[in-house]
Write a protein that binds this ligand. Structure first.
Ligand code: PAF
Length: 282
């Protein structure tokens, strides 16, 4: 595996593969890699000739400076995992390399970015669109891989791809969970032992709620999910929305879509965890 820190070097490393007609899979990450990331890399490895993983804690997507400061940074361990997963190129730029000038672009992300994370974290999705569009322009991947834990993010990235006219396939990959159900997240390392013990209840309640629908109304399911999670000490639901999985818009009746997805953000102490569950499948 080659570690690349400069954009020019990344482009020239990939040019030979591109000229030879090879497919390139990109897995964008912010590092602190775990088995969820490795599952994206495995998928990329199985579908492409060349695999690039970017490791970059993108400052423009953090609307909270403390969150940016405390975001885990574990480059050495990350590189060992990337090497073991058979990655060809680890792209690990500095902030100056990614943003030689401040990125002032404002993307018209539309309704998919107005709700849930977009509402709670103003500017977050614009920052995601900025960095991912830069990565797509640098790598020109055949396919790019994103975890479904960040369910809304995938819709936002699809919208950015449409706006910018990138010619690539976005590949959503299923959430990876610990044995006790907790969705894998780089933020999990910040949970103290008591918080770690209680955090799997998020998935437990979501999974139970699938059995309440469709007999219980959307509103009833939402209220019960919030109440049941909040009943656990130290957990506070920031929002729970049941949305149409195609356009991220909240639904009020199950009949509105054949793809209803419940999306939750829970503050466990000062650790913000997100998760989701599908009520109906495509
Ligand atoms: O999902 C993430 O880790 C980040 O939002 C991403 C897509 C790597 C952009 O910084």
């Amino acid at each position: 595996m080659e570690i690349i820190r400069k954009v020019d070097e990344l482009k020239s490393a990939l040019s030979a593969a591109k000229a030879a007609g090879k497919s390139v899979g990109l897995v964008p990450t912010m590092g602190a890699l775990h088995a969820g990331h490795v599952s994206l890399i495995d998928r990329a490895r199985s579908e492409n000739d060349v695999v690039v993983v970017s490791v970059f804690v993108n400052p423009t997507q953090f609307n909270n400076p403390e969150d940016l400061r405390t975001y885990p940074r574990t480059e050495e361990a990350d590189c060992a995992k990337l090497e073991a997963a058979g990655v060809d190129y680890a792209f690990i730029p500095t902030v100056e390399e990614m943003y030689p000038q401040p990125d002032t672009r404002v993307f018209d992300l539309g309704p998919v970015a107005d709700v849930m994370e977009g509402k709670m974290r103003p500017g977050h999705f614009n920052g995601v669109a900025q960095v991912v569009s830069k990565l797509f322009a640098m790598v020109e991947p055949t396919r790019a891989y994103f975890g479904e834990k960040d369910f809304q993010q995938i819709a936002v990235i699809r919208r950015m791809v449409e706006l910018e006219g990138f010619d690539l396939e976005i590949v959503p990959c299923p959430i990876k969970r610990e044995d006790d159900g907790l969705a894998l997240s780089s933020r999990n390392v910040r949970l103290n032992p008591e918080q770690r013990a209680i955090a799997p209840k998020i998935h437990k309640v979501l999974a139970e709620s699938v059995g309440w629908a469709p007999e219980a109304s959307v509103e009833t399911v939402k209220t019960r999910v919030v109440d049941d999670i909040n009943a656990y000490p130290g957990m506070e639901v920031e929002y729970y929305e049941i949305v149409n999985g195609y356009d991220m818009q909240p639904i009020s009746d199950w009949s509105e879509t054949d793809y209803a997805v419940g999306c939750v953000t829970v503050n466990v102490g000062d650790v913000r965890l997100i998760d989701n569950i599908k009520y109906t499948t495509k």
